[in-house]
Design a protein around this ligand. Structure first.
Ligand code: PLP
Length: 417
């Protein structure tokens, strides 16, 4: 479910016409629906209301502070993977007691920042990281709350670049070795063990990998109890998928139905780290056709957005669905075409060999489901200015990130002479 629909033949976000936004703000731009964002947080927390839960939105999916603010107002905390994301979460008004911090390469500077901010816990990925956190905590005369990220070795059955819970992945500590790491942590003066963490991958469209992972984790929590380590938080990570094409991932309520009965057996607070499922279809990327080009029978729509704005198709061969902004394009019949950007790379495409409406030069299209891992993965490649981000609430909108200027492109650069 999302809040993008046609009214009078023209695509709207909630009650705002995307053509109107484009007229005032130019293209390309990302557009997010406040209503979808709020509904998604609520559907997640409703699904798990029978257990003590904390929903920490995975900030890397969409880190605009205007978006974060809305999720936080709905009660969400934040799952962060860098000092920069901590800065954003705090800026957006997140309660530090609702911030969990994962990532395999935390620096001492970042650890110090998180300790001083009094976040809920670090999700620790290696023993060297444990030593680093203990050392920084000692220097600051603090106790660092930690969970160890265990790797349950389950196959999330998703794209290999976004699977994280297999032995061959760089994430977490193998569940067979994790007990030893917990013993090590328990001996450290400035470490307080508060939880266990796992995150098995992203864009997962089946329930069974989540069930498998929880079924491996719970006996592990039991083993911890046997060695007198009593934890308060079980963080089961994120990863629930969304519909890009013809996938039918479980709804949060359907996932809850399978895993809540298992999780109810503990008295721990269950932490969830959904990212994509909260913001994915709350956002679109709107782009204009610069040129409709025909080469030997093949049609290319050269649009003003490119792989630097939305890299998922180039990076993961991801299918992103495309809709016209105006019904006028729909009425002309269909053509098979590639949608490509202006970047000098053959890998620069938003859609390949796709049956699409016939677009004329100057007409606009929306790349649907672009709210997650869209803007956050964008870059300035080819010295392209990063696009504007817009948040719609009912019949009004706000530019929550201004389109970059040429000056923004060279900020901080100097010439040696
Ligand atoms: C990326 C990530 C998430 C969010 O994954 P989604 O697939 O967007 O839900 C959650 N936790 C951790 C540790 C992550 O790295």
């Amino acid at each position: 479910m999302h809040d993008f629909q046609y009214l009078n033949g023209s695509l709207h976000c909630e009650s705002v016409s995307l053509e109107k936004i484009a007229e005032k703000e130019g293209t390309p731009f990302y557009c997010y629906s406040r209503h979808t964002l709020a509904r998604h947080v609520k559907s997640y927390s409703d699904a798990f209301k029978d257990i003590k839960n904390l929903i920490c939105f995975a900030v890397k999916a969409n880190s605009n502070i205007g978006v974060l603010r809305e999720l936080i107002k709905e009660g969400a905390g934040c799952d962060i993977v860098s000092g920069g994301e901590l800065f954003r979460a705090l800026k957006a008004g997140c309660d530090p007691r609702k911030i969990v911090y994962a990532g395999v390469g935390k620096t001492e500077e970042e650890i110090e920042y998180a300790l001083k901010s009094e976040i809920l816990m670090f999700n620790v990925e290696s023993s060297q990281e444990l030593f680093a956190i203990d050392k920084v905590a000692k220097r600051l005369d603090k106790k660092a709350a930690v969970a160890l990220r265990v790797n349950p070795d389950v196959d999330p059955k998703t794209h290999p670049y976004i699977s994280t819970g297999l032995k061959k992945n760089k994430f977490g500590i193998s569940i067979d070795l994790a007990l030893e790491e917990y013993r090590l942590a328990a001996r450290m003066d400035n470490i307080e063990i508060v939880g266990v963490h796992q995150h098995i991958g992203s864009q997962i469209t089946q329930i069974s990998p989540f069930v498998d992972a929880v079924e491996r984790l719970l006996p592990f929590v039991e083993k911890l109890r046997e060695i007198n380590i009593h934890i308060k938080y079980i963080d089961v990570g994120g990863g629930l998928g969304i519909t890009y094409k013809d996938e039918s991932p479980p709804l949060p309520a359907e996932l809850a139905k399978e895993i809540v009965p298992l999780l109810k057996k503990t008295d721990c607070t269950i932490v969830f780290e959904p990212g994509r499922v909260i913001v994915g279809n709350a956002g679109i990327l709107v782009s204009k056709v610069l040129y409709a080009k025909k080469n030997e029978g093949k049609t290319f729509y050269v649009v003003d957005a490119a792989m630097n704005d939305l890299v998922r198709p180039s990076l993961y061969q991801a299918h992103m669905s495309i809709q016209p902004i105006s019904h006028a394009s729909l009425e002309r019949g269909k053509v098979e075409a590639d949608v490509v950007g202006p970047i000098c790379e053959s890998g620069d495409f938003l859609a390949k060999d796709r049956v699409l409406p016939e677009f004329k030069q100057g007409e606009m299209m929306a790349v649907m489901g672009a709210g997650a891992y869209g803007f956050t993965m964008s870059s300035n490649y080819n010295s392209r200015r990063r696009v504007a981000e817009i948040l719609v609430t009912g019949d009004t909108y706000k530019v929550v990130r201004a389109r970059e200027t040429w000056e923004d492109l060279v900020r901080g650069e100097t010439m040696a002479d």
